[in-house]
Design a protein around this ligand. Structure first.
Ligand code: FCB
Length: 480
């Protein structure tokens, strides 16, 4: 072998595999069609992009909108990098036609967007604001006229600031149910897919436990568990409200489950990753999909466990049409012979990360997210409702952004997602985060996640290399 050049080695391998193929029995061909090297997705697979209202819209005080917790938080000195706010963001409130054009140019089938609750109910409840609703009707009509299916998230963290106590109050969950009922009724027909909430842990734990996100509180465990309970209760009441008011729509959620990949793909470690998935997501997805808090979670929390009222668990366990998974990064799980059956690995200092330090590069996470969720709970359908990465994008003198690191990240994730599809898991679609650079929460505008570059001074959008790459993925329905 030493004496062969690399090229000769390649030829030798090809010749051997041709020989092997020639000797394969008939059924083996049937099993491997279409060729796995094409990395093809199933027919009808939905390709889209995702955004969220506060991150792109701007127009913070327009047409009757009142502040959300994020407006208040962003205007509190020291909370957001560089003192950035979402006041203007991408000005998508006014530029939505241009943004629809970007989707159209990609050939996208779908767009995951969110509705700003305080545009619809400026005070969180009570009198609806017709101007706010009309805006979304125009946005949806523009998408539909361009053949793009809207997947609408009702709550992507921008809670109306006027609601007393925020998520500490059970009334907020009830207000969400009313808001969901109203929006579902008004948008019924235009929207076939509703997503109740986005990422429980981000608006509960990060907002009320470690204070990194709005409203920036650091509460003790019992109160945090109650906030979490109000979050999942809101989701459940939202599902019921949507079903009652838009009976033909599909209902799901978008959740950033903690994703566990086995350290080695053998049966013991696969089982460990599965157990970790169920256990570590206990207060959120596990409870929603099982309709009860797992006993181990209640035992662990003891006196800090949430207070649950009659009827809560029935709402929380409402049947879902799909589970949406937001996928960015994995944690590695290992079988360790302990009673709970798993140990979690720390990342070595040398573990590669993307531009946001919280994104540890682990493309197999997308496969294990889908597989673990399906193996444990068998949901009827799964979407990837977010996947993407920040990158230190630079404009070349010619005006190009060659974000090869983002393309690498995305391509490798899609390769692993294709594996899940090829193995028959019910994965129906993929939403890339994000259509365009935007307000990245506490990181402000310092982290760019878009496949379109935004010049925040001029609001000019420029497709990055990753946009061209995604266009080809969509056209071929395959990893390219
Ligand atoms: C997710 C959020 C989304 C965006 C990405 C990078 O946690 O849902 O709004 O900020 O991270």
């Amino acid at each position: 072998m030493k004496n062969l050049s690399r090229r000769q080695f390649g030829k030798a391998v090809a010749a051997t595999s041709a020989l092997v193929t020639a000797n394969l029995p008939e059924f083996a061909f049937a099993q491997t069609q279409p060729s796995p090297t094409l990395r093809q997705f199933p027919p009808g697979f939905v390709w889209g992009c995702a955004t969220a209202a506060y991150q792109i819209e701007g127009a913070a005080a327009e047409d009757g909108r009142k502040p959300s917790l994020w407006d208040v938080f962003a205007h509190t000195p020291g909370k957001i990098a560089n003192g950035d706010t979402g006041d203007v963001a991408d000005d998508s409130y006014h530029l939505y036609k241009e943004d629809t054009r970007l989707l159209k140019d990609l050939g996208a089938h779908a767009y995951r967007m969110s509705i700003s609750w305080s545009r619809i109910f400026p005070d969180g409840r009570g009198q609806p604001n017709a101007a706010g609703l009309d805006h979304y009707k125009r946005v949806l009509d523009e998408l539909l006229a361009n053949g793009i299916a809207p997947y609408v998230t009702l709550f992507h963290w921008d809670l109306p600031a006027a609601l007393p106590g925020g998520w500490q109050s059970r009334d907020t969950s009830l207000a969400f149910g009313d808001y969901a009922a109203y929006v579902a009724r008004e948008l019924n027909g235009r929207v076939q897919h509703f997503i109740t909430t986005n990422e429980f842990s981000c608006f509960t734990d990060l907002g009320y436990q470690n204070g990194q996100f709005a409203p920036g509180l650091k509460l003790p465990a019992a109160q945090v568990n109650q906030v979490r309970h109000h979050g999942i209760l809101a989701h459940g009441l939202g599902v019921q409200a949507i079903r009652a008011n838009a009976p033909n729509a599909q209902v799901g959620l978008a959740e950033n489950i903690k994703i566990y990949a086995p350290v080695i793909e053998d049966s013991a470690n696969i089982e460990a990753a599965r157990r970790a998935t169920r256990e570590e997501n206990a207060p959120f997805l596990t409870t929603l999909l099982e309709g009860k808090y797992p006993d181990s979670y209640l035992e662990r929390e003891g006196a800090n466990a949430p207070h649950v009222e009659p009827g809560d668990m029935k709402a929380i366990g409402s049947r879902l049409d799909f589970v949406g998974l937001n996928v960015y990064t994995p944690v590695y799980a290992r079988a360790d012979g302990s009673p709970r059956g798993y140990a979690l690995e720390d990342y070595p200092a040398s573990y590669p990360r993307m531009a946001s330090p919280w994104i540890y590069l682990g493309p197999e996470s997308i496969y294990w997210a889908v597989r673990n969720v399906c193996d444990i709970w068998s949901p009827p359908a799964v979407y990837i409702t977010e996947n993407g990465t920040s990158a230190d994008d630079k404009l070349t003198p010619q005006g190009r952004i060659d974000d090869v690191d983002r393309v690498m990240y995305l391509r490798n994730h899609l390769t692993h997602l294709q594996r899940a599809a090829a193995e028959g898991y019910p994965i129906k679609g993929y939403f890339l985060w994000s259509l365009l650079d935007n307000f990245e929460w506490a990181d402000g505008y310092s982290k760019r996640f878009g496949i379109h570059y935004v010049d925040y001074k001029t609001q000019k959008r420029t497709p990055k290399l990753s946009a061209e790459w995604y266009r080809q993925v969509i056209r071929q329905n395959a990893v390219v």
